[in-house]
Design a protein. Structure first.
Length: 173
């Protein structure tokens, strides 16, 4: 009888622990938007920067057309960009903006202009590379070790606006 009671208590204990773990995990879960204008990844870790459209009453926010934030720890946390992130690397500088379109560039690479506009009913970021207009999907920066402060190159991934084909271009800062 004592052994059965012990097994029952042990089973009850494990059940309670599992319930608590499930509740804790669900409270940590985050909702990451799926339709990004751009994702920016680096070879240094799995964290990445998201650039999402920033609308006010269905119109493009002219002073800040893109919301930027870090996704950290295998998509478990969202953090705002730090002051240095915004000013030195991943921030967005608005060149020209209206309610339906904006021209921006990333603070780290002023030569790559990104046109934020609607294409086939969806907000996209379009860049001109190699004589082609490309709908942005992702950028990947290869940083130079050991300090990982200097960028060796950036790969730009997207879709050719005219042909619809996937494409990749490498740019060197």
């Amino acid at each position: 009888m004592k052994e059965v009671k012990g097994r029952y208590l042990w089973g009850l204990f494990l059940f309670i622990v599992q319930c608590l773990m499930f509740n804790v995990q669900s409270s940590w879960a985050i909702e990451i938007p799926k339709d990004h204008i751009l994702l920016f990844e680096r070879n240094t870790n799995t964290n990445y920067v998201c650039y999402d459209i920033n609308l006010e009453d269905g119109k493009l926010n002219q002073s800040e057309p893109l919301k930027t934030y870090w996704v950290l720890g295998h998509e478990t946390r969202i953090e705002p960009l730090t002051f240095l992130d915004r000013k030195m690397a991943f921030g967005v500088k608005v060149i020209k903006a209206s309610e339906s379109e904006a021209i921006v560039h990333l603070t780290a690479y002023k030569n790559l202009r990104i046109r934020i506009c609607k294409h086939k009913g969806k907000w996209v970021g379009i860049v001109k590379l190699g004589g082609h207009e490309i709908i942005l999907q992702k950028m990947f920066a290869q940083m130079k070790p050991p300090v990982n402060v200097k960028c060796e190159y950036v790969d730009v991934f997207g879709t050719d606006l005219k042909t619809g084909e996937k494409c990749q271009q490498r740019i060197k800062p």
